[in-house]
Design a protein around this ligand. Structure first.
Ligand SMILES: [Zn+2]
Length: 305
C-alpha cells in the first residue's frame, strides 16, 4: 500500500507525532485587529490553551514518557513566556508557526520573509537557537515558502499533505524534508465552531474524532506510515478530549511497535537514512505550476475563485 515505507528505529511499525499548535489569541487579533480586545468570550476560549490546556497536555505526556513537538506563533511566545519555559523544560520541541499566525500565501516574497525572520528572531532571543521546523499557519504554504525555508536553514516542513511517509520538497534553491499530515488528523473539523473565527464545524463527540484518528493510526501501523496529529490546545486540551488523547496513547502502546517522537527527531532519522543510502524518499519538485493553468484563460467565468 505504501511504495517506500520508512525503516523506523528499532523495527517500529510506524512513527507517531502528536503536534499541538498553540495559536492562543493570535487568531483573534489577526482576524479582528481593531476589536479583538472587546471580544472577551472568544478571547477566553483561546486563552484556555496556554492557561489550562498546555499544562494538562504536558502532564499527559509526562505520564507516558513522551517528548513531542509544539508549534507556536512567535507573538504567543512573547505573550506567554511561561508556557515556552514549561514546554522546553519537559524536553519538547518548539517549531516556527509564523509571527502572529499570518498566512504566508497572502504576501509577496519579501513580506513573507519579513514575518518569517521576525519570528525566528524571537526564537533566538528567547531560546537561544533557531527553529529546525516550520508549519505554515492555516496550512497556507506559499509559492515562496520553500525557498525561504532553504535560505533560513530549516531542516523540515510540516505543512503539507502529499504522502503517507516523509518526502522531500525540492526546488532550484535546495530542499527540505516534508513531514506530512492531513486534515482528518486536524482537530478543527472535529471540534471547532466560532463566529469570531468564521469557522463552523459540527462539534463531534470525542469518540467520533477518536474513531477517525484510530483508523488512520491502524492503517499507518499496518503499512509503515507516519501519523501526525495536528491539534490545538484550546480544542483538544478540553477535558473530555484530553481524556480521549490519553486513551488513544494507551491504545497505541497496547498495540506496540510505535515510535513516538518529536518532529526534529523524525527528521534526523530520515535524513540519516537518506545520507547513508538506506532509504530513498519520493521527491516533490516545487512549484507544481508556474501560475494559473492556461486552459481557462479566455473562457467565460467558472466557479473557480
Ligand atoms: Zn496555527
Amino acid at each position: 500500500m505504501i511504495k517506500n515505507p520508512v525503516p523506523w528505529p528499532n523495527g517500529a511499525r510506524c512513527a507517531v507525532a502528536f503536534t499541538f499548535d498553540m495559536d492562543a489569541d493570535s487568531l483573534l487579533h489577526l482576524a479582528h485587529h481593531s476589536s479583538a480586545d472587546t471580544r472577551v468570550a472568544a478571547m477566553s476560549m483561546l486563552r484556555y490553551g496556554p492557561e489550562i490546556a498546555v499544562p494538562r497536555i504536558l502532564d499527559l505526556y509526562k505520564r507516558f514518557g513522551m517528548r513531542q513537538t509544539f508549534f507556536l506563533p512567535a507573538w504567543c511566545m512573547e505573550r506567554y513566556p511561561q508556557t515556552v519555559d514549561m514546554i522546553l523544560k519537559e524536553g519538547h520541541e518548539i517549531g516556527h508557526h509564523g509571527y502572529l499566525h499570518e498566512e504566508p500565501n497572502r504576501f509577496d516574497a519579501a513580506d513573507e520573509l519579513y514575518w518569517m525572520q521576525r519570528a525566528t528572531a524571537v526564537f533566538e532571543r528567547m531560546i537561544g537557537s533557531r527553529p529546525k521546523g516550520f508549519r505554515a499557519p492555516a496550512y497556507q504554504f506559499s509559492r515562496n515558502t520553500l525557498s525561504h525555508l532553504v535560505a533560513e536553514g530549516f531542516l523540515y516542513d510540516a505543512s503539507l499533505m502529499g504522502d503517507d511517509v516523509p518526502y522531500v520538497l525540492r526546488n532550484d534553491a535546495g530542499q527540505v524534508i516534508e513531514l506530512p499530515s492531513h486534515i482528518g488528523l486536524d482537530d478543527w473539523p472535529h471540534f471547532q465552531t466560532s463566529r469570531e473565527l468564521n469557522y463552523r464545524a459540527t462539534i463531534k463527540p470525542p469518540e467520533q474524532a477518536m474513531a477517525v484518528y484510530a483508523a488512520e493510526f491502524d492503517a499507518m501501523w499496518e503499512y509503515g506510515g507516519l501519523w501526525i496529529g495536528v491539534w490545538h490546545p484550546f480544542l483538544s486540551g478540553r477535558l473530555s478530549r484530553a481524556v480521549m488523547i490519553g486513551q488513544l496513547i494507551e491504545r497505541m502502546n497496547a498495540k506496540g511497535g510505535v515510535w513516538f517522537a518529536r518532529l526534529d527527531e523524525i527528521t534526523a532519522h530520515v535524513q540519516g537514512l537518506i545520507d547513508s543510502g538506506a532509504w530513498t524518499p519520493r521527491v516533490d519538485r516545487l512549484p507544481y505550476y508556474e501560475g494559473p493553468i492556461p486552459e481557462l484563460g479566455d473562457a467565460p467565468a467558472t466557479n473557480a475563485d
